[in-house]
Design a protein around this ligand. Structure first.
Ligand code: BLA
Length: 505
């Protein structure tokens, strides 16, 4: 709900997660200038290189690793168009990131499996999963299949498919979990749980991996990057340490390890694959890559089905629209065309209205469930003050105009198509109230606790179901419906304009 979005933009959104200046322990970070000289490192470098951070500063990558590896990194810098790249050195997975002045190498401390499976073998493992995702027939089924399949592929205790709404609250569409874990299926989580800076990072980085919630953050040495003279921008860095509020959040959720993989549609974050494990769990980089690949297949399937849905919906609208116009022509007069035969029911069906009134020639005609004649007359007086050249629409008449609860029940949604607004002539379409129930994961009003010191705050402790019922709204008018109503308004204008013969007088 929009009243909860304040914390996102004004509060949680200000946490500077990209300059946290510490890393998690599953990898070390080596920061080079473009001459491939080491300028900054994480203080755990000794785990891999046997030397402390100070000893590595100002030596070349070639000296630290090998000529071949340094050449590979230089080649990637030239040819990779700034994209991150995964390679390996001495049995360790390495992710390289290229910034204008710096190159960041994340080197995993674990040793990768030497006997890597071939691409064919990996593909064979995933073929059935891909087939199931690709043959799911609606978005909900894709999510259900994806949660089940990804739990099997990843081995996480719980996998959720999480979809964002227009206010960036997230809805758990599907969940596959170990029985003992708390169920979040069909729960909604407020936007502030994943604030904008955290969401933005998925644009460049396909996943966020936190293998051990209880890691001891490791500092960078030196603290200020000597090339940029600023804190290191770690936005794209996987091993970046985790904001304290989120560590606490994971603790409260009893999650030991977490991984979230983006679901992107047309360059926008549509949702996340949220994976939880009850204990700490480092997963192999190959598995991260597999989940990244599957996430693109899931996104593509959701995109296809959504496009198919828009197409089907628009075809239905166009079909109804043609029938409405044909009926007006057949009857020669606008009022008869809208009222005679199936005219009104088709228009109501086209715009999914539960009631309709046509106010024309000082007459009011009704279909379906509508307000009383005097209420409609009051409404038209109010509409008179609006821009009579455009369609007016609202999904909460109560928010725009003072109405009684009983009127809200039948007319929370209003779409007014002006016939001749100066003369208070309209087609009014009503939608009844649709009480919206949101199943929040914990009371969203209590999602942040402040300490006595207001600088210190904590996330909520409970994610138990907290239901909210919002009254006074109808289902929203879709943009395609508003466009169809605008088209009808233009048609009516043209129909009435030439001679004015076509109307009842
Ligand atoms: C990050 N919050 C995140 C992330 C997720 C969530 C997925 C990305 C990191 C990760 O994968 O663990 C939230 N995880 C969820 C939700 C579900 C889930 C909703 O599984 C539901 C099933 N968090 C708060 C509050 C603030 C906050 C009150 O609860 C701010 C005041 C911030 N969340 C926050 C921050 C990050 C984050 C700053 C980024 C952490 C980081 O990347 O360092």
């Amino acid at each position: 709900m929009s009243q909860y979005s304040k914390y996102d933009s004004e509060f949680c959104g200000n946490i500077p997660i990209h300059i946290i200046n510490t890393v998690q322990t599953y990898a070390v970070l080596v920061v080079l200038d473009h001459q491939l000289v080491i300028r900054q490192v994480s203080e755990n470098v000794d785990v891999i290189f046997g030397k402390n951070a100070r000893e590595l500063i100002d030596i070349s990558l070639q000296e630290l690793t090998s000529e071949a590896f340094a050449e590979q990194i230089a080649g990637l810098r030239e040819n990779n168009g700034g994209q991150r790249f995964t390679t390996n050195w001495d049995g360790h997975y390495v992710i390289a990131h290229f910034q204008p002045e710096l190159i960041l190498l994340e080197i995993e401390t674990g040793i990768a499996a030497r006997e890597g499976a071939t691409f064919m073998e990996h593909f064979r493992d995933m073929r059935e999963t891909i087939h199931r995702i690709d043959t799911a027939n609606d978005v909900q089924s894709v999510c259900t299949v994806a949660a089940d399949e990804l739990k099997k592929v990843s081995g996480f205790d719980k996998v959720m498919i999480y979809a964002f709404d227009k206010d960036w609250n997230g809805h758990v569409m599907a969940e596959a979990r170990e029985e003992e874990m708390e169920a979040y299926l069909r729960f909604t989580f407020p936007a502030s749980d994943i604030p904008k800076p955290a969401r933005d990072i998925y644009k460049n980085n396909p996943y966020r991996f936190i293998p051990d919630r209880d890691f001891e953050p490791v500092k960078l040495y030196p603290v200020i990057n000597p090339v940029t003279h600023a804190f290191l921008d770690m936005s794209d860095c996987n091993v970046r340490a985790v904001a304290a509020v989120h560590v606490e959040y994971l603790k409260n959720m009893k999650v030991g390890a977490s991984m979230s993989v983006r679901l992107m549609i047309n360059g926008e974050l549509w949702g996340l694959i949220a994976c939880h494990h009850r204990t700490a769990r480092v997963i192999d980089h190959q598995l991260c890559t597999k989940l990244e690949l599957l996430s693109t297949i899931i996104s593509a399937r959701i995109n296809t089905l959504q496009l198919q849905g828009y197409f089907d919906y628009n075809s239905r609208l166009n079909n109804c629209y043609t029938q409405v116009i044909a009926n007006i022509y057949k009857n020669d007069k606008l009022s008869d065309g809208l009222a005679a035969g199936d005219g009104a029911p088709i228009l109501m069906n086209m715009l999914q209205a539960t009631g309709m009134a046509v106010i024309m020639n000082r007459e009011v005609r009704f279909w379906g469930t509508v307000p009383s004649k005097s209420e409609i007359e009051d409404l038209t007086l109010w509409l008179h003050l609006k821009d009579g050249r455009r369609v007016f629409h609202t999904d909460s008449l109560a928010a725009a105009y003072e109405i009684s609860a009983s009127l809200a029940e039948i007319a929370s949604g209003l779409l007014a198509i002006p016939i001749q607004a100066q003369q208070d002539e309209y087609i009014l379409l009503f939608r009844n109230e649709h009480i919206q129930t949101t199943r929040w994961g914990g009371n969203p009003e209590e999602r942040i606790f402040f300490d006595k010191d207001p600088q210190i705050y904590h996330p909520r402790h409970s994610f138990k179901l907290w239901q909210e019922h919002v009254k006074g709204y109808s289902s929203p008018w879709r943009p395609e419906e508003i466009q169809a109503a605008e088209n009808l308004r233009s048609f009516i204008f043209a129909f009435l304009s030439p001679t004015q013969d076509n109307r009842d007088i």
